[in-house]
Design a protein around this ligand. Sequence first.
Ligand code: FAD
Ligand code: NAP
Length: 460
Amino acid sequence: MKCYLIRNCTRFLSTGQHTPKVCIVGSGPAGFYAAQQLLKSSGDVRVDILEKLPVPFGLVRFGVAPDHPEVKNVINTFHKTATNPRVQFLGNVNVGTDITIDQLRNFYHAVLLTYGAQKDRLLNIPGEHLNNVISGRRFVGWYNGIPADKDLDINLDMEEVIVLGQGNVAIDITRILLTPIDKLKNTDITSFALERLSHSRVRKVSMVGRRGPLQAAFTIAELRELLKLENCKNLWRLQDFTGVRDIVPTLARPRKRLTELMLKSLEESVSDSTQTKELNPIFLRSPVEFHGDDDLQSIRFAVNRLQGDAFQDQVAEATNEFETISCGLAVRSIGYKSVQIDSSIPFDGKKGRVMNKDGKVDANLYSAGWAATGPVGVILLTMTNAFQVGSLVCNELISSTENKAGSNGVRDILNAKGIQIVSYEDWQKIDRVEQDRGKQLGKPREKIVDVIEMLNIAAK
Ligand code: FAD
Ligand code: NAP
């Protein structure tokens, strides 16, 4: 299969006489892995990666938790791709606003949309806009330095917090709230988040899911790390596990190990008074209303039961019972969603993703990563998807014989609008400043969170 693809892509030049040019929109893992695949499959292709922000790497920089630096090692691979002479990084280009998809489709033989999922899912329940009901995506952006989230107003002057959702993002958020501050201060967490967290009074975090332990979306390594936090007791609710133990032997291995870990932690649940912090996972509860005048005081939950046969497909159904749990902060972590960045992109608003069939959108338009699949999957899964779509793009480049303007066309439009393009070398200047500032603070980097400041450094 691989040989076939390579042969097809190499044939492009001999039959078409023009250098194939591909534009990738978004510089997260999907964009970089697709670029890597294109370079590998073709000896001629030129790849331009357009990125909305002046800095690359998407959620590897802005999503992956600061206390998981090893995950960010993928940046070394992305760096190799970015410094390949056949690749150009064009940062600070907001596709859909600064330049249209139709323009890009004219300038390139193929356009690949890898712009991720940049918005939140909402609960759409009363009180969702109260102070201190905040989006998990923005909370992550705040501690990870997304420019748009730097001024997020978070009050941590309360003891009880509820995190809504039970995916790995909910785990990250819960862990950041409960981790001793000393464990965060040498990470690349933003200084202002570190400062705010160092004065936090948060003592108890309840992580609430609408379904049961057998449907929890988090994975074992992430849960294990959370359960081992220093000075933190883990209090589960016994009634949430009714019947679960009997099902364990029938479960497939990953789910079985995860469930066994929860059951073990449930058995060990003790109210140890020497541990001042508390993790409180709660199942089978759906939020129906946030209570409070201006500030949040509590959340009213419907008590759910599960409906359906196969446990993995069971859905939560509300009963007539309710439970109210007090809290001063709620963090909604029920998933991200993609948006239609340009009206010409066929988009499924319901599923929140670009309409595509195995990465193919339409003619010379493709999509990969979270923009195409929806906001689920770790970097490895995103990589696999991007490799597949990268191969598809390369394979289909053969059909075009037209010469294309490529980045010259993009530059003409952006120059006419006075938009400063940030090259990969410019990003490296920003990177060096961040690392220098970090060194002074004993951190790997101090992220710059102001776009103007980034652009000024890039222009030097
Ligand atoms: P993204 O990484 O979101 O990249 C999309 C890029 O497109 C961004 O750079 C964005 O700025 C850019 N863009 C958006 N709109 C435009 C536009 N209009 N014009 C130009 N550019 C645009 N996976 C792991 O394996 N390990 C982890 O520890 C881990 N932690 C995570 C933590 C969080 C909080 C989240 C949300 C996810 C995490 N993941 C983790 C999953 C991983 O981040 C994703 O699998 C991966 O980032 C998806 O890659 P992507 O390229 O599709 O999207
Ligand atoms: P996720 O894994 O899809 O979890 C979303 C959670 O929100 C689920 O518990 C879901 O419950 C719940 N939810 C959705 N809609 C809801 C509603 N209306 N009411 C109540 N609860 C609702 O999404 P995520 O946590 O944002 O993570 C996204 C991806 O990034 C995942 O693949 C994750 O593994 C990955 N990631 C990985 C890491 C890591 O490897 N360390 C870290 C962070 C993220 P239901 O199951 O009932 O729908």
